[in-house]
Design a protein around this ligand. Structure first.
Ligand code: HEC
Ligand code: HEC
Ligand code: HEC
Ligand code: HEC
Ligand code: HEC
Length: 279
């Protein structure tokens, strides 16, 4: 699906982009000043009026949900907008409708949301999230579904938050990629001596992610030496190994991840040694 969407150029720069820029200006302006409550209320009224009077919108969900008034009147609602707005999805024009559904042409809240608000919430229910994300990230979702986590989640009837899903590791809808320290923190919330649920996991996972950074470092080194350019076959192999690694990662079979990491590292180090021997 990802490829199809890209081919359709659905996410090309359009009017929506200009709208985004306008919102960014508003946001910069708002965040750069120390707003005392009185001024904040002035803006609330001001933006409420401008938002409501505008008919020309490319995507009504974004248009309405980005209203800075929600910073004060509905913080939780605004946080979701912000998480999305600062994510790679916003840049790639993956918008609210792609995950929630609804009618982005209507500026009327009821019509945009549809008859039943549950319809917007069902695709993001905890046990449905991997399906929704999997519409575009097929491989990640397929491999995640092989993990013990997904099995536990579905075995418990699905609604349990006792096991992680996509948003647990990718910062809700912010889609950030976890760093070594973040990963250890995420895993520790469930894997620790108190829960007695595989307490060795966080350290191991942190170590593996660190290994990934090493691989990145060696790859960059070889790129800087022109190796990838001179040897397209080697470059292709490393690329494939890399995406394979990300897939294995989503099964969370830690021993397999370690083995795969070691293989790639050996390949890269061998190349580096050959290079050093020549020089
Ligand atoms: C005219 C303003 C407006 C438009 C247009 C709009 N929304 Fe909303 N939305 C709101 C407000 C306000 C809320 C807070 C709950 C309420 O007041 O109904 C909300 C709530 C939500 C919720 C959370 C519901 C809940 O019960 O937790 C979701 C999800 C949502 N909107 C998604 C969308 C999507 C997707 C679109 C576009 C198809 C959209 N909204 C269009 C104003 C709007
Ligand atoms: C990539 C998919 C994706 C996109 C794009 C997306 N959301 Fe969501 N949204 C989710 C998921 C998944 C959750 C549940 C998150 C969680 O449980 O931490 C969620 C939760 C929410 C909630 C809270 C619902 C509740 O439980 O009360 C609101 C409100 C919301 N989104 C609004 C929006 C708006 C507005 C946009 C567009 C500006 C948007 N979302 C874009 C996937 C998405
Ligand atoms: C409509 C398609 C679509 C849906 C649905 C979708 N994504 Fe994405 N996602 C993309 C696109 C496009 C990118 C840009 C990068 C790329 O080409 O892979 C991306 C990138 C990402 C990245 C990579 C960030 C990086 O720095 O490499 C993560 C993580 C991610 N998405 C997580 C999620 C999660 C979690 C969900 C579900 C809540 C989700 N996505 C739903 C289209 C989608
Ligand atoms: C247990 C934590 C965890 C869970 C659960 C998880 N991810 Fe990831 N994800 C990661 C980590 C860590 C990386 C970085 C791995 C790497 O660099 O190879 C990553 C990388 C990604 C990427 C970018 C690299 C790529 O393969 O394109 C995408 C997209 C992604 N995840 C989507 C998802 C989706 C969709 C789900 C749910 C079906 C999910 N993730 C579940 C931890 C997780
Ligand atoms: C929300 C809670 C939660 C989080 C967060 C979490 N896990 Fe788990 N994990 C579980 C549960 C529950 C099980 C199943 C325990 C069992 O039945 O043996 C599990 C099992 C596992 C297993 C054992 C799989 C097997 O084959 O026995 C591994 C490995 C694992 N998790 C790795 C991780 C890693 C790595 C992270 C962090 C990126 C993580 N988990 C984050 C709840 C969690």
């Amino acid at each position: 699906m990802l490829e199809k969407l890209k081919a359709q150029k659905r996410y090309s720069k359009d009017r929506w982009y200009q709208m985004r820029t306008a919102h960014e200006l508003k946001r910069k302006f708002l965040s750069s000043s120390f707003i005392i409550t009185a001024i904040a209320f002035f803006f609330v009224t001001f933006f409420t009026v401008t938002t409501a009077s505008s008919e020309d919108v490319a995507n009504s969900c974004i248009h309405c949900h980005s209203n800075p008034a929600f910073r004060i009147t509905n913080k939780k609602l605004y946080k979701y907008f912000r998480d999305w707005d600062l994510s790679i999805h916003a840049l790639e024009k993956v918008t609210c409708v792609d995950c929630h559904g609804g009618n982005p042409k209507s500026t009327d809240k009821k019509k945009a949301h549809g008859e039943d608000i549950q319809q917007l919430l069902t695709p993001v229910k905890y046990d449905r999230i991997s399906v929704t994300c999997g519409k575009c990230h097929e491989e990640n979702a397929k491999n995640y579904k092989k993990s013990k986590h997904y099995m536990t989640l579905t075995a418990k009837g699905g609604s349990s938050r006792l096991t992680p899903t996509c948003v647990t590791c990718h910062s809700s809808i912010n889609t950030s990629i976890p760093k070594p320290d973040d990963i250890a923190d995420i895993c520790t919330s469930c894997h620790n001596p108190v829960t007695e649920n595989h307490p060795e996991v966080p350290e191991f996972a942190g170590y593996l992610i660190e290994r990934l950074s090493f691989i990145n470092y060696y790859t960059r080194y070889l790129i800087s030496k022109g190796v990838m350019e001179k040897d397209p076959q080697f470059s292709k192999t490393i690329n494939e190994e890399f995406s394979g690694l990300s897939q294995v990662w989503h099964t969370l079979e830690l021993e397999r991840i370690e083995e795969k990491t070691r293989q790639i590292r050996t390949m890269l180090l061998k190349r580096r040694k050959e290079l050093d021997d020549v020089e």
